[in-house]
Design a protein around this ligand. Structure first.
Ligand code: UDP
Length: 254
């Protein structure tokens, strides 16, 4: 596989880089990042993230400089196929996070759960410990804090000395948090994981497999939480943007 210094056989989707990596390749990269001990930022890109990158220049710059951007979701697979440069493997944040938790029991990696409403990361941790004996989740903290206690949050994470920090504050807050603090945190692997702890804790259920396979996970999320309408509304916006880009002769493809 050809690799560029920033990215791994990437495709460009509406100006955003997405790396063509499989789950196994992503896990191998995480292992190499932990060995190298330099802070690395991993993004899992779904349709809402690509739209956010179009609309938020600060976020787009962070995404452009990320160490790894995985293809997270049916929307990305559909759009890259439409562009004639298909990405076929999906590496979603929730699955990647759970695989890392499972591997932490084997490899001894130290994982920290940061984010979601009070009690959710704690419950997610308890459920993961019950599911994966020996999982090494060395700390948890909810994702609701003021600017005044940001320093305390950083100290708490640093003190736990994680190898992997899972940050669930939603897009783009989690990526901005990681970008701002990655040097100070001294954690080799930093990943924004959105609603992962809500799923792991059982607070929110994932869509049934048939819905996931049909690319309808967004519909399930909307039915479970109608407040997510603004996020779900990004999906038709994404589809429109992809179709329009295809029509424009000046736009770069692939
Ligand atoms: N969240 C948080 N702090 C905040 C805002 C949100 O911890 O200030 C959490 C929220 O409770 C949820 C997650 O961030 O667990 C966002 O999940 P969502 O599925 O909306 O993520 P996205 O689709 O943005 O990746």
């Amino acid at each position: 596989m050809t690799q560029t210094p920033l990215g791994h056989n990437p495709v460009t989707l509406l100006g955003m880089r997405v790396d063509r990596v499989t789950m196994d390749e992503s896990l191998a990269l995480v292992e190499s990042y932990i060995a190298e001990r330099k802070p690395r930022h991993i993004l899992t890109a779904d349709a809402s993230m690509v739209v956010t990158a179009k609309e938020d220049a600060d976020f787009a710059a962070i995404a452009a400089n990320a160490d790894l951007v995985t293809p997270d979701g049916a929307g990305i697979l559909w759009a890259t196929k439409r562009q004639g440069n298909p990405v076929t493997a999906k590496v979603s944040g929730v699955v990647l996070a759970e695989r890392l938790v499972a591997l932490s029991a084997v490899k001894g990696w130290r994982v920290f759960f940061f984010g979601a409403a009070p009690g959710v990361a704690e419950e997610a941790r308890a459920r993961m410990l019950a599911k994966y004996e020996g999982a090494n989740i060395v700390g948890h903290r909810d994702g609701f804090f003021s600017a005044d206690n940001e320093a305390e949050v950083l100290n708490e994470i640093r003190a736990a000395k994680p190898d992997i920090l899972l940050v669930a504050l939603g897009i783009p807050k989690q990526e901005k948090f990681i970008h701002k603090h990655k040097a100070a945190l001294e954690v080799p692997v930093l990943i924004g994981v959105g609603g992962t702890f809500d799923v792991m804790s059982g607070t929110v259920r994932r869509a049934p497999i048939w819905m996931q396979n049909a690319g309808l996970e967004w519909l399930h999320r909307l039915a479970a939480n109608p407040k997510k309408i603004s996020k779900v509304a990004m999906l038709p916006q994404f589809v429109r943007m992809v179709i329009m880009e295809k029509r424009s002769p000046a736009s770069p493809v692939g």
